[in-house]
Design a protein around this ligand. Structure first.
Ligand SMILES: CC(C)(COP(=O)(O)OP(=O)(O)OC[C@H]1O[C@@H](n2cnc3c(N)ncnc32)[C@H](O)[C@@H]1OP(=O)(O)O)[C@@H](O)C(=O)NCCC(=O)NCCS
Length: 168
């Protein structure tokens, strides 16, 4: 039974999104960002809303380059896990990726089994982008992009995470 809906995020969801992320950031599972960063990237987000109108999950798709995007900040409230919320959020983000014209979707995660069941495979090497694109991505100030590139300045964020990729 589906007792939740997936929809694009609204500005009024930011505090709920931050509440979903905070406990996971405390466990170093997700990266915590300033409130302004959530408003600035709001169009990247989808949320899951239960019948009472409560936000019980969120996820974002961040475009990195012409053919590649990243699923980030995918989170289901601990009380709502195992009901298909994460799957529905991920499917919505993959639909958004297709609509945007992206070919591949990257994620950096501890949830290897979950992503593995949804078409993601562990990246064997770092050659997901051409050397020219790598050089262009180095110009980004985004920490998620730095994690994708495995840069030293974000190594503390990536410890223990697995880099995975899905083709659309
Ligand atoms: C990853 C995460 C978002 C999954 O959320 P979720 O809502 O529990 O996901 P689902 O319910 O779709 O799937 C979870 C499990 O429940 C089971 N399940 C799915 N739909 C179900 C349903 N309708 N009824 C019963 N069980 C179901 C599945 O077997 C699934 O198992 P799997 O994880 O081994 O594939 C959640 O665990 C989370 O918030 N993790 C912490 C943050 C994180 O690491 N995010 C990823 C990096 S961005």
């Amino acid at each position: 039974m589906t007792d939740f809906t997936i929809r694009p995020a609204r500005t009024s969801d930011v505090s709920a999104i931050r509440s979903l992320v905070r406990p996971l950031a405390d466990e170093r599972i997700l990266l915590e960002k300033e409130a302004v960063a959530y408003f600035e990237s709001l169009q990247e987000f989808v949320v899951a809303e239960d019948v009472a109108g409560r936000v019980i999950g969120c996820g974002a798709l961040h475009v990195m380059w012409e053919d590649i995007a990243e699923v980030r900040t995918l989170a289901t409230d601990a009380s709502a896990r195992g009901r298909g919320v994460g799957k529905a959020l991920l499917e919505a983000l993959m639909d958004n990726a297709r609509a945007l014209g992206v070919d591949r979707v990257f994620c950096l995660t501890f949830e290897v089994d979950f992503f593995g069941r949804h078409g993601f495979t562990v990246m064997e090497d770092q050659t997901a982008v051409d050397p020219e694109v790598y050089m262009e991505l180095l110009r980004s100030t985004d920490d998620g992009v730095a994690e994708f590139l495995d840069l030293a300045r974000v190594k503390q964020n990536t410890l223990g995470n697995t880099r995975m990729i899905a083709r659309l």
